[in-house]
Design a protein around this ligand. Structure first.
Ligand code: ZN
Length: 494
């Protein structure tokens, strides 16, 4: 009996110890100290924000003086590496003198500016000798940064360069001067780690969830077979360090890009040169349309990445956790009107109506977003930033004010509040050049020739009026849903 007892006891002890040892070996080292530091990085952003730029549509001329000023700083090396197609300068900024080399570049797509702002903030962080952990980072690492690789694209707020080349598909042939500059840099610096920094559209979700993918990561593949090397494994583990922090700040809003092999993309190119590469895509965050909170998180991400590279702390992560991150999926809409009974081809049908926003330009070259109907049908597997169930509402097209508006003067003389009270949602213009003038007013416009397309189902801007018991309850206009009274007061304000 005693023998059996001892055997049982020793069995349980063995099981207990093997679990204990397995835990020690396989789980990440307690990162409590790092956690504190990571939060300190986050908090420090307030002190180092480059306050001269607050919106996303800055241009080369806006950041040039900031880079010029860096030249007067002893700790930093600024070097012009060439010019864009249209002759705008592209600079490399180096800080630190450590043996591990890190290269990052931003905005190779001209309309993806968030990381450029984060890098400008990093310049201010590195300029302060008392910034948290700054001196350790500069001792351990040499950091090479290229902010705004595609200044001509940024000029027009477009993805491609002035030759209409996508720089991130030009790593092999380098037909663009900008890609040539980057490729030469990769050769010259020969970094251990590289960061390819982008923005993605706001309608990506984490998996099939209602959460936007605020950050999406990819450890680019080396070849078609998705093989693993220690270089790529390091990318994956470093991503997990970033994810660990992000989950505390923005839970469920981190995704992973589906693996595909794009040999002419720079991520894949770097990885093939044995450089651990990370693609970071900034998506959207509710309540942060100008991406200033995302800018802060991106700044924090980069500092955490530097700290983790310097300390090698990321190496303790398990690869399974990388594959466990939800995939980045384009399932979100700006607004979904569910169960809407509308006439399509003369038949009353119950459908979901999904809106997205598109970029528009004002006459003085500013940008604004405007919603349009993107999809009509079954959107039961999608989510909207805003949603309404229209089950108990009747839905009608907004009424068009019949008088043709031919000039800016005529437009300015319109009393939109009066029109709204009379039940109109839409004006008729002679030319669409008048449309941008309406931008801040939640009122729609169309040109006379488009009047025949003024239907709910043509995926255009047709405003919808949601009524209950014969009374207007909501107006859906330019991708936004307004309770009726709020819509009126919004018009009154303009
Ligand atoms: Zn991009």
């Amino acid at each position: 009996m005693a023998k059996v007892l001892i055997k049982t006891l020793s069995f349980f002890l063995k099981v207990f110890f093997s679990f204990w040892i397995a835990n020690i070996i396989f789980s990440p080292i307690s990162t409590a100290q790092n956690n504190d530091l990571h939060f300190e990085f986050y908090e420090s952003h307030t002190n180092y924000i480059e306050t001269s730029i607050k919106d996303l549509h800055f241009k080369h001329e806006t950041i040039s003086p900031i880079i010029e000023e860096l030249k007067t700083n002893a700790f930093v090396k600024v070097e012009q590496k060439g010019t864009s197609v249209e002759g705008r300068s592209i600079h490399l900024i180096k800080v630190g003198s450590g043996k591990t080399k890190v290269l990052l570049w931003s905005q190779m797509h001209g309309d993806e500016p968030t990381a450029t702002l984060a890098i400008l903030d990093l310049f201010r962080y590195f300029s302060d000798q008392d910034a948290p952990h700054r001196n350790q980072l500069l001792r351990e690492l040499s950091i090479y940064m290229v902010p705004l690789l595609n200044p001509d694209g940024a000029e027009r707020f477009e993805r491609n360069n002035a030759q209409d080349i996508d720089l991130n598909r030009d790593a092999l042939q380098t037909k663009s001067p900008e890609a040539k500059i980057l490729k030469n840099l990769i050769e010259e610096v020969d970094p251990d780690f590289a960061f390819n920094l982008h923005d993605q559209h706001k309608y990506y979700a984490t998996g099939n969830s209602p959460y936007p993918a605020s950050f999406s990561f990819l450890a680019p593949a080396l070849n078609n077979t998705q093989g693993l090397t220690s270089t790529r494994e390091n990318s994956m583990r470093l991503i997990l360090s970033l994810n660990e922090f992000l989950q505390k700040k923005i839970p469920n809003q981190v995704a992973r890009y589906k693996e595909q092999y794009e040999p002419n993309a720079f991520g894949e190119y770097c990885q093939s040169k044995n450089i651990s590469t990370i693609l970071i895509e900034v998506g959207s965050l509710r309540g942060d349309p100008e991406k200033q909170q995302l800018r802060k998180l991106q700044y924090t991400m980069l500092l955490i990445a530097f700290e983790q590279i310097a300390s090698r702390a990321f190496e303790t992560h398990r690869l399974e956790s990388y594959y466990a991150l939800p995939e980045n999926k384009p399932g979100l809409f700006e607004l979904i009107i569910r169960n809407a009974a509308i006439h399509i081809d003369g038949r009353l049908q119950v459908v979901d109506i999904g809106y997205k926003e598109q970029k528009k330009k004002t006459i003085d070259n500013y940008f604004y977003n405007e919603g349009y109907i993107e999809k009509i049908g079954d959107l039961s597997t999608s989510f909207g930033f805003d949603e309404i169930d229209a089950n108990n509402f009747t839905i009608e097209k907004g009424k068009i004010y019949p008088k043709l508006i031919e000039s800016v003067g005529q437009l300015n003389r319109l009393n939109f509040e009066q029109l709204a009270v009379e039940g109109y949602t839409t004006i008729l213009c002679k030319s669409n050049s008048l449309f941008p003038l309406l931008n801040p007013i939640p009122f729609a416009a169309l040109v006379q020739s488009d009047k025949k397309h003024y239907t709910i189902s043509n995926k255009e801007i047709t405003p919808l009026v949601l009524k209950k018991d014969g009374r207007i309850k909501y107006i859906a206009i330019k991708g936004k849903l307004y309770p009726y009274e709020k819509w009126l007061s919004q018009i009154r304000k303009q």
